[in-house]
Write a new protein. Structure first.
Lengths: 144, 144
DNA sequence: TTGATTTAGTTAGCATTGCTAACTAAATTG
DNA sequence: CAATTTAGTTAGCAATGCTAACTAAATCAA
């Protein structure tokens, strides 16, 4: 079934992954936009919800952005009532960022929206392909 | 090795793919930035080089962006000497966008840069995993 | 054929999200 | 205790997404 022809060269795989990632995100961005939150905020919020509260610096590292970028994102999340900041008892410079109940709710809604588009298409794939994509996501996260 | 436990639910796969795509692109963006071109222009240029010349509208559809966005991207590509526009002989309103030699060259360089980072890591994967990622990229493109 | 509509593209203006540079203030180190 | 490092902010720039409003060419309908 699978092509045994020739093994895909790393450069080709890199190209394909790059292109696929760009197009996937563009397709999903529409849904996130409808939510009124934006992909960067949503992604940071996701780290807070699924990975637990943490400092702005830790969040920046997790999201692979610079500190000023994350500082602004957190300020926006706070303004929107999706996260709160509490002072770090150990370190007077730092603060810890927590998701709010509304933040969790918005994340669920965003996820529901993606399910309504991407997952609807995923459902039409054979289970083996779905398992393959799941494994691929793990591999990609492992690459970085 | 692989978990045989339960098949991944579409919603979970959707989440994982979304997150993986975000983080992959953030990791690669640094390299594209070093090239001085930017991911959106690079992606459009890639369509022109590998898919052939086409109108701005067709390019916008291929890239899943709106016409004004692509209009500006093409203007920038032209300004940078990476693409040219010729009038469409069939349709006085439309124009066809072609990559220039320099555009092709820049694309090769960008690809080389990605190879230098992503593909270097891909090389360390077992060939089976690489084949899996290649297949995953195809599946993702097929979803949209 | 002409008048109305559609289609291709542009321009203007806004929002988001990335960056660096330059700063403050707290923590650490010598 | 002075010097340095670390956490975070502010300011300002660039890229890239959007909608609204326009021009001009093509098409459709009467």
């Amino acid at each position: 079934m699978t092509e045994r022809a020739s093994p895909p060269a790393p450069a080709v795989v890199a190209d394909r992954l790059h292109s696929a990632a760009i197009h996937l995100l563009r397709a999903l961005r529409r849904e996130d936009r409808a939510l009124g939150v934006g992909p960067a905020k949503l992604s940071a919020l996701s780290v807070l919800v699924f990975g637990g509260p943490r400092s702005i610096g830790a969040l920046a590292r997790a999201e692979q952005v610079r500190l000023p970028t994350m500082s602004r994102l957190v300020a926006a999340l706070e303004r929107d009532g999706l996260a709160t900041r509490t002072p770090d008892p150990e370190d007077g410079r730092a603060s810890r960022v927590h998701p709010t109940a509304r933040g969790r709710s918005v994340l669920r809604q965003g996820r529901a929206r993606r399910v309504a588009t991407l997952a609807r298409r995923l459902e039409q794939l054979p289970e083996a392909d779905r398992a393959l994509l799941s494994r691929a996501a793990e591999l990609i996260e492992g690459l970085t």
